[in-house]
Design a protein around this ligand. Structure first.
Ligand code: FAD
Length: 488
């Protein structure tokens, strides 16, 4: 193995913080511990900063450079992988949350989002103007800095990832300059690196995303026989603009969720409905407490999963706003879960999708036969179009299947089970893990990523070096170094 930039050399030459004074008037804390939502990553950085404006970001980056310290950003912390941990400087961007519409180009309206704005804050502005993003994650509490950095996705046969919606992005690079990358001004390859950079270009201050006029959709949820659905999956998926599948272990039915554009009056409850939010908050908490039982009594898993499936809102037919269709569940973050997700290109006949689903069904049966029940939530299958972002697991032409398994966090044998499933999934051509989900426990995963993504990683690194964005690798951490800076 060859290390391009030896991290130990850099650490040895770090300056003690007291030699360089802390940037004035930026709130900070020393040795304040951080951990992510899923409790799979943690750190105790020497200094945590709480910037409130772009000038603060610039001062913090200059401070990091002068003290030769590493620097990472924490948004909501909803990523499972160790993308955030650093011993040096952690920047909390929650207060940088301004959102405004940009109608300067009437043909292509956009929304300008500061990195700390949550999905909810962005939706509020968009909805006020009658606009929407065509896709999003279900959850509304994640922040755009994190969503764009990791290439997060929703679903939709003709949609790509959130990062693909980026028109321009402003990043504080290692020199302390605020650098703007803009479609039509910077070349496509640079844009495709900047739009999904895992925080390796620097601290994203804000980004502008393409938006569209909001519209109504027919949202249908139904239960269908599992085996028949798998058999006819191609016809099902390509007959809808959006179609997601959710399977609860031990159930012989599957939840099919679809939505398609329709010009009709809304028939569902209003989206901003306090009762609906309250109901979701209560049921999510009840669900969380019930799931806890499975840790003590895992043998109850098959019956409980059947019950959970029956309790899902998997039967309905309504006309709703597009935003409501996308964010159809509230309070999903109440229950801490483990989650592993990979992406691969869909075969013309969907044979590899069937295979990926069957891997989970078989592995679940195999474990159950031994009296083990590590999978107690769902398998989700979603489809999007290809991504242009160099580091996206959905990169390149062709539709992409994102398949994921979720289980209550701390479930015994989850690591073993999920890594066995992943090892089989990753044999599918060009399969790659979602950056934000669990993947570090999969044996040989860094070699796999470097092999499958190799050319794109090289192009990404070349761009970073050519543009002198981070010569001393101050924006890297251990996980990113292992994947991006070590050559086998
Ligand atoms: C319940 C749940 C549901 C989810 N559903 C989906 C889903 O449907 N689809 C999907 O694709 N993903 C999904 N995710 C994953 C989620 O979208 C990603 O983890 C996303 O990154 C979360 O945003 P965050 O604000 O928590 O980012 P964080 O986890 O805080 O940060 C993610 C990465 O972005 C970097 N970063 C954040 N802000 C900046 C910035 N300003 N500048 C530079 N780097 C920055 C961080 O350093 C880190 O590397 C889900 C996660 C949870 C917990």
């Amino acid at each position: 193995m060859r290390i391009f930039h030896n991290p130990h050399l850099q650490i040895a030459s770090k300056k003690i913080t007291s030699e360089v004074s802390l940037p004035n008037q930026i709130r900070c804390r020393k040795n304040y511990p951080w951990k992510n939502w899923g409790e799979t990553a943690s750190c105790q950085p020497e200094i945590s900063f709480y910037p409130e404006k772009v000038e603060d970001l610039i001062d913090i980056v200059k401070f990091a450079r002068n003290t030769k310290k590493r620097i990472r950003v924490a948004a909501t912390g909803h990523s499972w992988s160790k993308l955030i941990p650093t011993d040096d400087i952690l920047v909390y961007v929650h207060k940088l949350n301004h959102v405004e519409m940009d109608f300067s180009d009437q043909e292509k309206p956009k929304v300008l989002i500061e990195c700390g704005a949550t999905v909810k804050e962005v939706n509020n502005v968009l909805e006020r103007h009658g606009y929407a993003l065509p896709l999003n994650i279900v959850l509304e509490s994640a922040r755009f800095g994190g969503l764009i950095a990791t290439g997060s996705h929703g679903s939709g046969w003709n949609n790509s990832t959130l990062s693909d919606l980026v028109h321009s992005i402003e990043i504080v690079i290692a020199s302390g300059q605020l650098q703007r990358f803009e479609t039509g001004i910077d070349d496509d390859e640079v844009m495709n690196a900047a739009k999904l950079n895992l925080g390796m270009f620097g601290i994203t201050y804000r980004m502008k995303l393409y938006v569209q006029k909001s519209y109504t959709v027919r949202a249908v949820d139904r239960r269908a026989p599992l085996l028949e659905t798998i058999e006819n999956i191609k016809e099902l998926i390509i007959s809808h603009e959006n179609c997601d599948l959710f399977w609860w272990p031990f159930c012989d039915q599957i939840w099919i969720k679809s939505w398609d554009k329709i010009d009709a009056e809304i028939t569902a409850k209003p989206r901003k409905n306090l009762w609906y939010d309250f109901e979701a908050a209560i049921t999510s908490r009840l669900f969380r407490e019930t799931l806890k039982l499975l840790k003590r009594f895992p043998q109850l898993t098959p019956e409980m999963c059947k019950l959970f499936f029956k309790m899902t809102p998997s039967v309905r037919d309504d006309i709703v706003d597009l935003v409501e269709a996308i964010h159809y569940r509230r309070s999903i973050e109440v229950t801490k879960v483990g989650c592993l997700e990979i992406a691969f290109k869909v075969d013309p006949d969907f044979e590899n999708v069937k295979k990926a689903i069957n891997i989970v069904l078989e592995k679940n049966r195999e474990y159950a036969a031994k009296g083990k029940y590590p999978l107690n939530l769902t398998m989700n299958v979603r489809f999007i179009n290809g991504s242009q972002c160099l580091l996206s697991p959905a990169f390149g032409e062709g539709h992409t299947c994102f398949i994921e398994i979720l289980s209550r966090a701390d479930q015994k044998e989850w690591e073993q089970f999920s890594s066995e499933v992943a090892l089989q999934w990753l044999k599918l051509p060009k399969a790659l893990p979602h950056w934000a989900k669990e993947f570090e426990h999969i044996p040989g995963i860094t070699t796999h990523i470097r092999r499958e993504m190799g050319d794109n990683i090289n192009i990404f690194n070349d761009i970073k070096q050519r543009l002198k964005l981070d010569i001393d690798n101050i924006f890297m951490n251990d996980l990113l170094m292992k994947i991006f800076l070590v050559k086998s």
